[in-house]
Ligand binder design. Structure first.
Ligand code: AOS
Ligand code: ZN
Ligand code: ZN
Length: 389
């Protein structure tokens, strides 16, 4: 077997996954938000929960913020607070979708005053990155239109390009833009960045520090996401993932819950492209909402699901695969891939965790730890993540 197990263990120990601050707060569908006891009352408490996830997983040392959901007076102090708990501030997510002004769009709005306001928010987010030391400005625009003729599709692209250019121009040398796309919702006729191709084209226009963010829930059913991964890696334009699971649309369920095979195929392309190492620069983030399940163990579970998909991808016998592919041996090539996918990697990951001084079963270790009971007792009057707030 051509797989170097020591190297696999090392790669798994070095893997990094970023947690989203909003996943620690209450969230729901548009029908109901079911409040959970122990919900964080402040950005500081969300960061404490993220630090707890890192304490049990060992691979989640950064937490993404969402502005203004995580607005504070002193961002440097917030970063210091995070550091004191053993984590760092990750991507800064902007919010140009929850204000009445944005009914007809944010940076693509026909009203120049509203475009200015939205663009200023992007610039403000870069200021927050300066204070927190964040590398990534993550942009998702809810912009789009509901009816043919409602606005001019092409002018909206021009307005989008000009706002992006301004934000890009404000970036420091080590900062980047991660540009997310989404097929539909909240706009139902045309979204201004509906697919990876649109995001990719805007990123090319901007320059090398603008890259595409793939949210796994943002595609039409049946989309071959691993193809997008392979293509963008080849073009050096893949910057990040928002991992989550979907059964229907943008469900934001736990990563790896709906289709672990798809997650494996995605991680297989990542490994094939040599892009797993944090030094490569891809930000592997979660973007999830835990509406009915306990949040912290659900986030830990999601991390474990990604680790399992990654371990399987690392176990693919690349030499055997290349040989079968070169010989045109369709069945053997598929069998090599499936052998890796069918491996039970849980014992391997348990060993990796033990070597790192972690409990081999992070979900159970968390549930035993008493942290959940403590936050339930301590935190009274927590607030929602922001959706529907
Ligand atoms: C929205 O559908 C997107 O997935 C964004 O990533 C969004 O910013 C995130 O869900 C938190 O708001
Ligand atoms: Zn997302
Ligand atoms: Zn989404």
């Amino acid at each position: 077997m051509a797989v170097d197990l020591a190297a696999v263990r090392q790669a798994l120990a070095a893997q990094r996954i970023e947690t989203p601050s909003w996943a620690f707060g209450n969230s729901g569908t548009r029908f109901k938000v079911f409040a959970q006891p122990g919900v964080p009352r402040s950005p500081e408490e969300k960061i404490a929960d993220a630090a707890t996830v890192h304490r049990f997983t060992g691979v989640t040392p950064t937490v993404a913020l969402h502005i203004p959901w995580d607005e504070v007076d002193d961002y440097r102090a917030l970063a210091d607070h995070a550091a004191s708990l053993g984590v760092g501030i990750g991507a800064i997510n902007t919010n140009v979708f929850q204000d009445d002004d944005y009914k007809l769009g944010s940076v693509t709005n026909p009203d120049p005053g509203i475009r200015r306001k939205a663009t200023d928010h992007l610039l403000q987010a870069v200021g927050i990155m300066d204070a927190t030391g964040s590398r990534d400005l993550k942009l998702w625009f809810a912009d789009g239109i509901n009816y043919p003729g409602q606005d001019d599709l092409r002018s909206r692209q021009d307005r989008l390009a000009s706002a992006l250019r301004e934000a890009y121009g404000r970036l420091g040398e080590h900062q980047r833009i991660l540009l997310e796309y989404k097929l539909f919702e909240p706009a139902f006729y045309a979204t201004d960045i509906p697919d990876w191709g649109t995001s990719y084209a805007h990123c090319i226009e901007l320059g090398e520090r603008a890259t595409v963010c793939i949210d796994t829930g943002h595609h039409a059913p049946g989309t071959n996401i691993e193809f997008i991964v392979a293509f963008l890696l080849r073009q050096k334009k893949l910057g990040a993932f928002d991992f989550n699971s979907r059964f229907y649309a943008d469900d934001d369920l736990m990563a790896g819950a709906a289709d672990p095979f798809q997650l494996f195929r995605i991680m297989n392309e990542i490994v094939r492209g040599g892009a797993l190492d944090p030094a490569y620069g891809i930000n592997f983030m979660l973007d999830q909402c835990h509406n009915i399940e306990m949040r912290i163990p659900a986030i830990i579970r999601s991390v474990l699901n990604i680790q399992e998909a990654t371990a399987k991808a690392l176990l693919v016998d690349r030499d055997a695969l290349a040989r079968a592919q070169a010989e045109g041996d369709v069945l053997e090539a598929n069998a090599v891939l499936m052998d890796a996918y069918d491996t039970d990697v849980r014992p391997l990951l348990a060993e990796v965790r033990s070597d790192l001084g972690l409990d081999p079963d992070p979900v159970r270790a968390y549930l035993r730890s008493g942290y959940q009971e403590k936050i339930v007792a301590d935190r009274v009057g927590g607030r929602q993540a922001g959706w529907g707030a």
